[in-house]
Write a protein that binds this ligand. Structure first.
Ligand SMILES: [Ca+2]
Length: 322
């Protein structure tokens, strides 16, 4: 049995459609394709599972059948085992994973084409080896991160609640409505973390209104906790927390860029050696106004991985989308 490692590479493709050039169209059952150029990186890879996120909804202004997404190796001109499923981190779109078959030397380059948007009869997939299962989506440490259910968040202050007024996904988000700065807090459950590990924290934020004298931010404050689930603070420990926020200042000319819009922010960090647990607090730091949080993700990052660069989506010659 081969040992299979997984890699996630998140790339959003928003390029306009272009017409196919250079490489022949390997399968006329599909109307679109995207080239994926892979640099294998610093290690030998054996039957490595590569993956990318592609938001087909953004790309085609239309949803597609995930069963009709296939990956072809440009060199062998053969289809390789692949799977497609809804992406966990992208705020929509699909995660497409495929097998980089066999042994691939370090610093090798490979090219694949991801074909999609087929019409007519497309054969069922039959080439997936038994050990190629759906990659484990990176485990989100936050419980109820989309606020779709009740529980797992402790709210302090009347201006803090699950809300169906705004949502980035599902039907609800977390609303903080401060009539004075830093008025309301919302705390997650405590979760386990590993020391000396790299993590990615991300969230969607939305400010629907703020006071003219406001100069604060919507903030996710991740406090590291030790084996007794206790925090440390300066001066005992400088690296005692990680912060992710959306600055909300009327002094910034780009207020129009965030006001009334969902904004995605992310932050990577490494935990100190004493950390065994963590906890996040959602708040409007020095913030007066109404803000929302949704789709909070806190995931362990993967070790060194191949680089994948996606090309523009190409349209099959002779196919007209209209
Ligand atoms: Ca939600």
């Amino acid at each position: 049995m081969h040992r299979i490692k997984f890699v996630i590479c998140i790339i959003t493709v928003l390029s306009p459609l272009v017409f196919a050039e250079q490489f022949p169209w390997l399968d006329a059952n599909y109307n679109y394709r995207i080239k994926a150029s892979v640099d294998s990186g610093m290690y030998i890879r054996k039957n490595y599972v590569l993956s990318v996120d592609i938001n087909f909804q953004d790309l085609l202004k239309n949803s597609i059948d995930a069963n009709h997404i296939r990956v072809f190796d440009q060199e062998t001109q053969k289809e390789v085992p692949s799977i497609a499923k809804p992406a966990v981190e992208s705020g929509g779109g699909n995660l497409i994973a495929w097998l980089m078959q066999g042994k691939v030397e370090p610093l090798s380059e490979k090219q694949y084409f991801i074909y999609f948007g087929g019409s007519g009869e497309i054969p069922e997939k039959s080439n997936r080896p038994a050990e190629f299962n759906i990659p484990p989506t990176r485990h989100n440490l936050i419980s109820n991160p989309d606020f779709e259910e009740n529980g797992h968040w402790l709210m302090e202050g009347k201006g803090c609640e699950f809300s169906d007024k705004e949502m980035h996904n599902g039907k609800r988000s977390l609303r903080i409505n401060n009539s004075k700065p830093s008025e309301n807090d919302c705390y997650s459950d405590i979760f386990e973390m590993k020391p000396n590990h790299s993590y990615l924290l991300s969230s969607w934020f939305k400010v629907s209104k703020f006071a003219a004298n406001n100069d604060g931010c919507l903030l996710i404050e991740l406090t590291f906790l030790d084996k007794n689930q206790k925090p440390r603070t300066p001066p005992a420990e400088e690296n005692y927390r990680a912060l992710l926020g959306l600055s909300v200042s009327p002094a910034e000319e780009d207020a129009a860029n965030f006001l009334g819009k969902w904004v995605y922010e992310k932050f990577t960090f490494t935990t100190p050696e004493w950390v065994n647990y963590g906890k996040v607090r959602l708040r409007g730091y020095k913030f007066i106004g109404e803000g929302y949080f949704d789709e909070i993700r806190l995931c362990e990052r993967m070790p060194e991985k191949p680089k994948i660069v996606l090309g523009k989506a190409e349209v099959r010659p002779g196919f007209s989308a209209n």
